[in-house]
Ligand binder design. Sequence first.
Ligand code: G6P
Length: 609
Amino acid sequence: MCGIVGYIGPRDAADICLAGLKRLEYRGYDSAGIATVDEGELHLRKVVGKLVNLEEVLQQEPLVGAPGIGHTRWATHGKPSKTNSHPHISTNGRIAVVHNGIIENYGQLRQQLTAEGYKFVSETDTEVMPHLVEKYYEGDLREAVRRAVGDLKGAFAFGVICADSPNELVAVRRFSPLVVGLGDGENYIASDMGAIRQETDKVYVIDDDELALITRDDVELTDLALNPIAREVFEIPWPAEAAQKAGHKHFMHKEIHEQPDAMHSCLAGRLSSPEAPLVLEGLQMSEQEIKDLRKVVFTACGTAYHAGMVGRFMMENLARVPAEVDLAAELRTRDPVVLDNTLAVVISQSGETADTLVALRDLREKGARVVSVLNVVDSSIARESDGVVYIQAGPEIGVASTKAYSLQVLTMAMIALHFAEVRGTADPATIRSLKEALLAVPDQSQELLDREEDVKAVAQHYYQMPNSLFLGRGINLPSAMEGALKLKEISYVHAEGYSAGEMKHGPIALVEPNLFTVAIAVAGEVYEKMIGNMQEIKARSGPVIGVANDGDDVIGDECDDMIWVPPCPELVSPITIAIPLQLLAYHIADLRGEHIDQPRNLAKTVTVE
Ligand code: G6P
């Protein structure tokens, strides 16, 4: 996830780009850069680190002219460095490109272009684009971009400028977000409306495979065959001050809503169709090494630990490898047995959590191979791992982890399925249907977000209660624990996540009319047992919120309120169930008037043991 911005008009583009990038910094902050065209030449400034560094450079060496494009980076291919930062430039130095997304076939394109004499200077996937545009440029920038995009597989939003076409800015998108802002004698592009809200409240929202040719006075939208597209102007409904949160009241809310897009990025290049094998290059494991596995140990802290619990369940169920899961802080005390061919799966959003890092070192010392599942690139945990699978969630700012969790679980599912495929431990029909279910997860998640008002209505019934219990079984025990963690973190309501089977051995003593229970009872192996547990609570006058599948006409009788979720295989259900539980916690905390993005006593990254 990166942020892009661009400007064409009478003012100096660098000023507008820098201001826009500041509002996009939430999308990435490991490096940044701006390019402009002035007097027939391309000019470029790039820096490593946050935007303040770029601002300093621009103060010392100002950039003049327009059009211009800017970028704030969140590394995916290649470490954060000046050469890897955007804009990337063509071999002849005439074309500059900014990109948000992932080019899946960049390896092959890079080989071809190198053989044709184009010179690559970075390790990025993006750099194929300026060279491709140069290859196809015959005086018409839009045509060159159109042809270049025809060679690409993957996700992208591009902004492209060329010193030989100084009156044009070209933008195109597939899967990555892009808007074109409309001014008076000047126009803009950006990854989101927030970046340019200060400048204009009128935008075109660009769809997949749409191309925009932008001049000072005009914006021409077409499809990739150059058929014109008529698009209504969208008026941004929120004020400029709300820009960084894109109109959301809190980062947590914004990040909950980013999940469908982030899921697309996480799946991109890894799972393309139910028939295709999963591709997880980051694992750095050969088929033989996967077949030889004797044990998998998952370890993590906090929310990531709950993702590890789901991972263990999936790994045993699908790949039939004995699997364990441990809280990182507890792992050392336990002195676990590491067999030959043990794999440690270390999960962390930040890649910097001290307990997790220490657990990783312990497992490595004992001989385990380490694959980490991370969000932030180039972190301490990444540097000490044999393989890294990035979840591609983009920066997560809200202290309570939301999109990182659902993407960690999605990644767990891909790893377990990949192992099952290689080890031949699940029948092809099961693998196929689970892949179908994973591919449906972004759309189902969007559907759940569209039902937010229903969850808010439930929150209104319970937000004043001081105590709560979240119950689940099997693969949804971690969902219950994560639901409870979310609620307690941001609302300070006492919340216990518990196995529904264990409830009668203790927590049932707490049940009374002022304690609400959230019971996860989606279709699957534990459904009937869950219904039984819910009846036990009802019999003791405890209010119950059921989480169940659309179309279940039995469960309503057992519950006071319902949260409905679209049906999917039980093994995949923790990914989507997470979303309404995040929304429930969010709305309860909001109704209680809490500081949701900075909950008391908590830190986003805990670097002490
Ligand atoms: C802190 C955060 C949690 C997070 C945990 C692990 O407690 O507040 O949201 O789950 O650390 O962090 P990590 O970066 O390793 O996933």
